[in-house]
Ligand binder design. Structure first.
Ligand code: F6R
Ligand code: MG
Ligand code: MG
Length: 371
């Protein structure tokens, strides 16, 4: 049986009015190019979204993960947008996330963020993609734990016999580039002791223990490590399969009701609450202190490798329910509160995590005055 692959590839290649949101022609250009790729039978379907200053390509195909043709397509689209639109119009930070000149077979490590998932379609397969701006991959640690390991979030862990067997979390040590697999509920304390350190240990994949079926896949790129210095935000994406032996869609979304603090706000150097927003209502503009960090949720069915949305491939806007106004209000309150602390930790991230800092210069200047 042919397997279906979903590749979500995103990059910040320029934006309007600072690091705010992309220009509409950029999004249109990506749609045109992906339409051609469907016609050329390279891919099966697509959807283009944006959140903050990032553009994301959701691509479905049957070529498996890490397929050079699919990766090259995405790379070329971002490159062409940069050359044809962002640079001529002097858009802000044009081509920001394209760290290499030439494509070399795999987009991983070249700047754009990527999450991919390959599976055999079930009788019916609901798919969710989350995309965040002004934060980093560790932002998913807490919600992923809640979704797949916390029975106070996911009732199915107690009630559904398949979920009851637990899940296997693959955790990546971003500094060492190594992975470890941990099974919940048995190893949940070990898992939690790792993933609390969000800037080092990041959940990259989740499998259900019942049959090792893939349940979730997250982007784990850290531009900071790629470039050897901090060059931008990693603004992560996450793909989750829901229902019928996986957490219900409502259990997946419930993990976002109380906005948690994530690193990556303003200049990549502050903690802020992750605010769930509607993309249809255009709440995906990051305006207060370049944020606060936010997340959009997109929902589809997948049928024979093709995205089925509410209209064509247009996804359900998962945070467009009045209930999320509660979260947005809390996130706003936390954001305003965090700002009262200015550059004092823990509002500001640890010095090693800062995008850039004046500290070495200040220390140099004061060198002889330390007595
Ligand atoms: C960029 C970002 C922004 C910038 C900030 C300063 O993704 O998160 O918060 O870091 O706007 O940008 P520059 O240095 O380009 O003026
Ligand atoms: Mg930017
Ligand atoms: Mg961004």
């Amino acid at each position: 049986m042919v397997k279906t692959t979903i590749s979500v590839i995103k990059a910040d290649v320029g934006s309007i009015a600072g690091h705010m949101c992309p220009y509409s022609k950029m999004v249109e250009y990506a749609r045109e190019r992906l339409k051609e790729a469907v016609e050329a039978r390279l891919i099966k379907s697509y959807y283009v979204y944006y959140v903050g200053d990032d553009i994301g390509l959701v691509i479905t195909h049957d070529k498996g993960e890490e397929n050079p043709k699919v990766h090259e397509l995405a790379w070329n689209i971002f490159k062409e947008i940069t050359e044809k639109i962002s640079k001529p119009l002097k858009l802000y930070a044009a081509g920001q996330d394209l760290l290499k000149d030439a494509f070399s077979g795999n987009i991983k490590g070249m700047g754009p963020g990527i999450a991919e998932i390959e599976f055999e379609e079930r009788g019916s397969d609901p798919i969710i993609v989350f995309a965040a701006d002004k934060t980093s991959p560790g932002a998913w640690n807490l919600p992923l734990y809640k979704i797949f390991a916390d029975p106070f979030n996911t009732a199915g862990l107690i009630i559904d016999p398949v979920l009851h067997e637990g899940f296997i979390f693959e955790v990546m040590d971003l500094r060492e580039g190594k992975n470890v697999k941990l099974k919940t509920p048995e190893e949940s304390y070990d898992l939690l002791s790792l993933i609390g350190t969000v800037n080092r240990y990041v959940i990259s994949r989740v499998y259900r223990a019942h049959d090792n079926e893939i349940a979730a896949s997250a982007s784990t790129t850290r531009l900071s490590y790629i470039a050897g210095k901090y060059v931008g935000k990693d603004d992560p994406v996450l793909i989750i399969r829901a229902q019928a032996g996986f957490p219900a869609l409502g259990e997946v979304l419930a993990a976002f009701i109380t906005p948690h603090l994530v690193p990556g706000w303003m200049r990549g150097s502050h903690y802020g609450p992750l605010m769930p927003v509607s993309f249809r209502k255009k709440q995906n503009i990051v305006s207060y202190f370049d944020g606060p960090p936010r997340v959009i949720g997109m929902g589809w069915q997948i049928s024979n490798g093709v995205l089925v949305g509410v209209e064509d491939t247009e996804p359900v806007d998962l945070f467009d329910d009045p209930v999320w106004e509660h979260s947005r209000r809390i996130a706003t309150e936390i954001a305003v509160y965090m700002r009262t602390m200015g550059e004092v930790m823990p509002a500001r991230v640890e010095v090693e995590e800062m995008e850039y800092t004046t500290l070495p210069k200040v220390l140099e200047k004061l060198k002889n005055r330390f007595k």
